[in-house]
Design a protein around this ligand. Structure first.
Ligand code: G3P
Ligand code: MG
Length: 243
């Protein structure tokens, strides 16, 4: 059984707000969403921050990248102006700030561990360690997911009690082995490549099944009819939080 919310705001507020910011999560809340997916990577000094791209240039201005910049500098960066002037001044949040925001507002988290290439082990270990410190006993834990098998294995070693989901664009033939090794609760996959037959096999094996990124109610209804438990969306304006 899937104990988590069914519909999750992708990168905070989907396409309605600058991704991976607290302003995006507030936008999700304003649309009735109490479940969020966001991306976490490590600064040069090993502090987890919310960011999708390893290199600057898209959501934050400038040259360089996350793995070669100190957290103090990253947290001052404007992550809102690229999206619209009305979001100018929205900062890159630390993972700790994001978790506190979610805790204050009762938002459940799918934490995507997004290592800069080459930092898989460290990112998995640190995000798990920090998560363990941030989450009080009895609170609903986040769900980790990652395209990096290595990062998830390290997260498992560091904080085995925090559940894990294997995130994969196209489901490989050895998906059962991967999920078993990770002791994962779910498989997260691209809705584009999922078939009804694969969905049925994954559910029959007892795993949760989550899709990214589902942007129409029609497609959401179709994959849910296949047995998909949950999905994230960029269209929090089109798909109701209680879909
Ligand atoms: O976690 C689902 C989805 O966010 C994975 O892709 O590139 O949007 O982080 P991406
Ligand atoms: Mg993501």
């Amino acid at each position: 059984m899937w104990p988590y919310p069914k519909v999750i705001a992708h990168r905070g507020g989907g396409s309605l707000a600058p991704e991976n910011t607290l302003a995006a999560m507030q936008c999700g809340l304003d649309h009735g969403y109490h479940a969020v997916e966001f991306d976490v990577m490590l600064s040069q000094d090993g502090i987890p921050v919310l960011m999708h791209d390893p290199l600057f240039g898209r959501t934050v201005a400038g040259e360089g990248g996350v793995a070669t910049t100190l957290a103090a500098e990253l947290l001052q960066m404007d992550a809102g102006s690229w999206f619209s002037p009305s979001y100018a001044g929205a900062r890159v949040p630390s993972y700790a700030q994001a978790v506190r925001f979610c805790q204050q507002h009762g938002i459940w988290m799918n934490v995507e561990i997004k290592p800069v290439p080459g930092y898989e082990e460290e990112t998995g270990r640190v995000v798990a360690h920090v998560s363990r410190e941030l989450h009080a006993q009895g609170e609903m834990l986040p769900l980790f997911s990652s395209f990096s098998f290595t990062a998830l294995m390290r997260a498992k070693e560091e904080a085995p009690e925090i559940p894990r989901a294997y995130l994969i664009d196209q489901i490989p033939a050895n998906w059962r082995d991967a999920l078993q090794q990770l002791d994962a609760v779910a498989l997260h996959t691209n809705q584009r490549h999922l078939t009804a037959s694969l969905a049925q096999q994954i559910k029959a094996a007892g795993y949760g099944l989550f899709c990214y990124t589902v942007n129409t109610p029609e497609r959401a209804a179709e994959i849910c009819a296949w047995g998909v438990d949950a999905f994230c969306t960029d269209r929090i304006d089109l798909i109701s939080a209680n879909f």
